[in-house]
Design a binder for this molecule. Structure first.
Ligand code: G4P
Length: 529
């Protein structure tokens, strides 16, 4: 008997790992696969890393140069009777919309911190946005095998900087750099780990009684007990309700390199991350899990790999059963969309996928007309809410270097706009000649330039502008604003008119002196740092 979509959804856990580059996201991903039985660490780690280093495409070249991962994909593996979907987020050094779009398809995220560094400034915004948007966050304090900071201080930092109450589920025995094991605060039991070379196999674990541990671990044990008493006195206990409301973050200590604490974390993903539930449509009505197939596109990527010059739309399944080959309806155009080519994509590898359930991600190849946020469905129409976009804070003018390549430049710019790599703003008088590229994080510009040159054959240059913020306006206000100093009026591809300003002060003054002007904040602005 074919399982119902609701039953399959109940087994699924869909989440992403977010971290500052180098905090250990890749290592932790590999170790999740090891504990999920999806690879033998030796083979898998080598393969994943070799793949990362030896890849030859231009696309990968940029990743290598900048130490970032741009491709966004999903890894699926079984763990205890569950199906775990791990979404890969682009590892940009600064906040980017790309990352946020991927998180729109996740039911939770694991925030990985380097024990020696804590919360690093560039990733603060990302963590903060997750919290503000109500995405449940688990925290993994990684690299406890190396000298690092005081654990209580790290908890404090999470609370101070992101406003999440850190509720440690495990507590380390041994300071950072002298990691012996963890005490599980839920049952008070101590698990001691044994190191294996480079964490190539699961770390041997031994449950040790308190009395014996006190004798064998000595001072490290006493210290951990004292810290735990302190935690108990401030009631920093695991609370699933506040976790789901993104008010607290269950925190784990470990070392992805040596595998210490990885199993506890993966168990928590299964035990604490919510299973995919009925998704609310744009009107706020839930679509039952057993309703006919539906999903929304959270990411579109063209030319991910030069050997497959194509365009993939990543769809998160929200209801029903997806079967490869089914013809679904593309919400915005009402056109039929054949899903003959459905893949599961990870890095450069693709595997044909035959069926998928709520919480799963399907990569649809040759999705020419499909855009981020679009809904796809079978039988019963549905529109899912738009994925929030962020108000850009960086604006640069783009020019093609060789005017003979203008056609390619224009095509490239249009493509980057559609994919949401950057937002493209045009001056109605200049048209496509000198578009202004707008971004939330400046790294988006690097990606845009690289792709213009290598994918579209249109090397371009960017000149930064002094504009820092943007307001939505209308035609009549735009006419008045045009003559004013320090304002520029530009148009987005969807026809929205935007006014760019250099400073908050200037906008506030205009608002006071000209209350008749429409100067509206963009949706997500103000809600992010
Ligand atoms: P990222 O994806 O977040 O960028 O981080 P990645 O996993 O690539 O890890 C960055 C570096 O930190 C790697 O070292 C990795 O081995 C190391 N690392 C990750 N987790 C731990 C941990 O728990 N303990 C210790 N001590 N190190 C850890 P590398 O020298 O850049 O690479 P490699 O030569 O070790 O592969």
């Amino acid at each position: 008997m074919t399982p119902t979509p609701a039953a399959e959804a109940a087994r699924r856990r869909t989440f992403a790992i977010i971290s500052h580059p180098d905090a250990g996201k890749t290592t932790l991903t590999e170790k999740f696969l090891l504990y999920g039985g999806a690879l033998t660490a030796e083979a898998g780690a080598v393969k994943a890393r070799a793949g990362r280093r030896a890849a030859t495409s231009d696309w990968m070249e940029l990743e290598r140069q900048r130490g970032i991962s741009i491709t966004s994909t999903v890894l699926q593996f079984p763990y205890r009777d569950h199906v775990v979907n791990l979404l890969d987020t682009p590892g940009h050094r600064d906040f980017s919309e790309d990352t946020y779009r991927v998180l729109a398809a996740a039911d939770a995220a694991v925030m990985v911190l380097d024990a020696a560094k804590g919360i690093e400034p560039q990733t603060l915004k990302l963590f903060d946005v997750c919290r503000q948007r109500g995405l449940p966050l688990l925290t993994f304090v990684n690299k406890w095998d190396r000298p690092g900071r005081d654990p209580l201080e790290l908890l404090d930092e999470i609370e101070q900087q992101i406003g999440l109450v850190a509720t440690p589920v495990t507590w380390p025995v041994g300071i950072a750099g002298d990691f012996r094991g963890v005490i599980d605060r839920r049952d008070g039991r101590y698990t001691r780990f044994t190191r294996v070379s480079r964490g190539a196999t699961e770390a041997p674990e031994e449950l040790v009684e308190a009395e014996r541990a006190a004798g064998e671990e000595g001072e490290a044990w006493d210290r951990a007990r004292e810290e735990l008493e302190l935690l108990d006195s401030v009631a920093a206990d695991l609370d699933p309700k506040t976790f789901l409301a993104a008010e607290s973050t269950p925190t784990f200590f470990g070392s992805a390199l040596t595998n210490f604490g990885v199993r506890k974390l993966l168990d928590a993903v299964v035990d604490l991350v919510p299973a995919p539930g009925p998704r609310l449509d744009a009107d706020g009505t839930p679509r039952p899990l057993d309703a006919p197939f539906s999903g929304f596109v959270f990411k579109v990527q063209a030319n991910m790999d030069p050997s497959h010059r194509d365009r993939i739309a990543f769809v998160r399944v929200c209801s029903g059963r997806f079967e490869r080959g089914m013809v679904v309806t593309h919400g915005p155009t009402g056109k039929p969309f054949a899903t003959k080519y459905a893949h599961q994509v990870f890095g450069q590898e693709r595997e044909t996928i035959d069926e998928a359930y709520p919480g799963d991600v399907v990569g649809l190849v040759n999705a020419t007309e499909v855009r981020v946020g679009d809904s796809l469905f079978l039988d019963e129409p549905v529109t899912f809410p738009a994925i929030p976009s962020f108000a850009p804070e960086h604006f640069s003018v783009a020019r093609v270097r060789d005017t003979g390549r203008f056609k390619q430049f224009r095509r490239g710019i249009a493509q980057l706009d559609e994919e949401g790599v950057v937002q493209v703003l045009r001056d109605p008088d200049l048209g496509d000649q000198e578009p202004v590229l707008a971004a939330v994080g400046p790294m988006q510009f690097d990606v845009a330039l690289h792709r213009l040159e290598h994918e579209f054959g249109a090397p371009a240059e960017l000149s930064p502008t002094s504009f820092r913020l943007v307001r939505r306006t209308d035609r009549s206000s735009a006419d008045s604003l045009r003559g004013m100093r320090g304002v520029r009026i530009l148009e987005r591809a969807d026809g929205t008119l935007l006014a760019l300003f250099e400073s908050q002060y200037w906008v506030e003054r205009l608002e006071q002196e000209h209350p008749e002007l429409l100067l509206e904040r963009l949706v997500a602005e103000g809600s992010v740092g």
